[in-house]
Design a protein around this ligand. Structure first.
Ligand code: 4AD
Ligand code: MG
Length: 433
């Protein structure tokens, strides 16, 4: 009996009779030979069925295979330097699991993005998507590793929440039994702040939701965020942690997912430069820089997508723009003691035009000031009773941040649009499949 081997492991089985269980994504044939292009979820290989070396029935089976047929094939593996995969299989037996009765909708021809997104459940099988999803997997693995290596504790924050996390305009609400409305979490931050007072250094990694009507290539309505929260960290400590995190993730992806980046034709030179320290530019300096570049912007204005690109173009590494005016940032940010009109915060902007990948700040820890800000932002103080409590019992300065996983993946893979960085993208126009 041939042993079932995954394609990614065939190198260890050269010269052996093995079994591959997968799908045929393409086929080239002549009268005497079929070249089956197989994939099994771990890799790709060419399997050769030669009329002269298999029985008639096996050759007929190979003949009948259509694109995306599911098959189990057995045969010998050999190294092949000319093959793009490095190995080939000489088939001696085929077991058909299923043959599609219709033509597979995705072919080699160019399809429009709308068609591909409508067929996302099938598009996932394409090579390009395979490589992107493998990189995403490495990114998430590296994020978790980074925190655990620094002795952070994972805290899974809730998705159904009773309070507004970031801003009232971008909430998805659901009916919640007799308790009125619940909101899908925009952030886990407030809960991480509670956990940081219990466990010191904490992080989460999970889905978050924004009912933003943004149609840009950087916005999803459901995206994955990694957040961290650290008791006794200043905004400076916070920025140092962020540059370490981003550098760690990039270095690990380069180390472990190089073949996938290469398959996407990603030039890795810009990524190889990503190591601490990252440039830090104050909001005021950023405004001046933008004005010098011809942007119509003044102190107090928010920095939008085009402006972000304008700033990051000036640097090879991600740049941290710090201390924004308090009026354009969230209610919980700690004022700068030297100038209370700005808050101790930073946004990290990725190079190559990928925009904001991290939003961060020191948090208000003074009880009265926090209550004042909640009121100033017209938020319901009652919903924040527990959050306010954190300032009542052993309140300490603390800081944290949130990093958008899809924006990071989009940058690392150099994707045109964030929708390919998540298995099933949710945008204002799409909830299906
Ligand atoms: O800057 P944001 O809104 O920050 C927060 O939510 C904080 N509470 C985080 C914290 O301090 N714990 O979001 C953080 C990051 C952004 O920098 C961006 O990378 C990503 O989340 N993000 C989005 N990604 C995709 N689609 C969207 N609509 C996004 N909105 C934010
Ligand atoms: Mg932000």
């Amino acid at each position: 009996m041939a042993r079932w081997v995954y394609i990614e492991d065939v190198a260890e089985h050269v010269g052996e009779e093995i079994e591959i269980r997968g799908w045929m994504f393409n086929k080239r044939s002549s009268g005497k030979i079929h070249f089956l292009q197989l994939r099994d979820g771990t890799g790709f290989i060419q399997a050769i069925v030669e009329k002269s070396s298999v029985d008639e029935e096996t050759f007929k089976k190979a003949d009948s295979l259509r694109i995306e047929s599911s098959v189990i094939v057995q045969g010998g593996v050999r190294e092949d330097k000319r093959s793009p995969y490095g190995f080939e299989m000489d088939v001696n037996n085929i077991q058909i699991v299923q043959i599609p009765t219709e033509d597979y909708p995705i072919s080699k021809k160019e399809h429009g993005i709308d068609f591909l997104m409508t067929n996302r459940h099938l598009w996932l099988r394409s090579k390009r998507q395979f490589h992107i999803l493998k990189i995403r997997d490495e990114v998430i693995k590296a994020i978790r590793e980074f925190y655990h290596s620094k002795k952070f504790v994972l805290i899974d924050t809730p998705i159904l929440t009773g309070a507004i996390g970031e801003s009232a305009g971008e909430l998805f609400s659901v009916k919640y039994f007799d308790l009125g409305k619940a909101y899908l979490a925009q952030t886990g931050q407030l809960y991480l702040e509670a956990a940081a007072m219990a466990l010191g250094k904490v992080f989460n990694l999970g889905p978050t939701f924004r009912a933003e009507k943004s149609k840009t290539r950087r916005h999803l309505t459901e995206f994955w965020m990694n957040e961290a929260e650290m008791a006794y960290y200043t905004s400076d400590d916070n920025m140092t942690l962020q540059e370490e995190l981003v550098s760690y993730v990039i270095q690990k992806v380069l180390e472990r997912a190089g073949e996938h980046l290469a398959a996407l034709d990603r030039d890795t030179t810009p990524l190889e430069k990503i190591e601490p320290p990252f440039p830090r530019v104050s909001y005021g300096e950023a405004i001046k820089l933008l004005q010098k570049k011809g942007f119509d912007i003044k102190w107090g204005d928010d920095i939008g997508g085009d402006e972000e690109t304008g700033i990051s173009e000036e640097f090879e590494k991600p740049v941290m723009v710090y201390n924004y005016p308090r009026k354009i940032k969230a209610f919980y940010m700690q004022p700068n003691p030297e100038n209370p009109e700005v808050v101790l915060c930073d946004d990290m902007l990725a190079p190559e035009g990928y925009g904001e990948i991290i939003g961060a700040s020191e948090r208000i820890y003074d009880l009265d000031l926090l209550i004042e800000r909640i009121k100033e932002f017209n938020l319901p103080v009652e919903s924040y009773d527990w959050y306010i409590d954190l300032r009542r019992y052993g309140s300490v300065p603390h800081s944290g941040f949130g990093m958008g996983v899809e924006r990071l993946v989009a940058w690392i893979c150099k994707l045109d649009h964030i929708r390919e960085a998540i298995p099933f993208a949710r945008t204002i126009y799409r909830i299906h499949p």
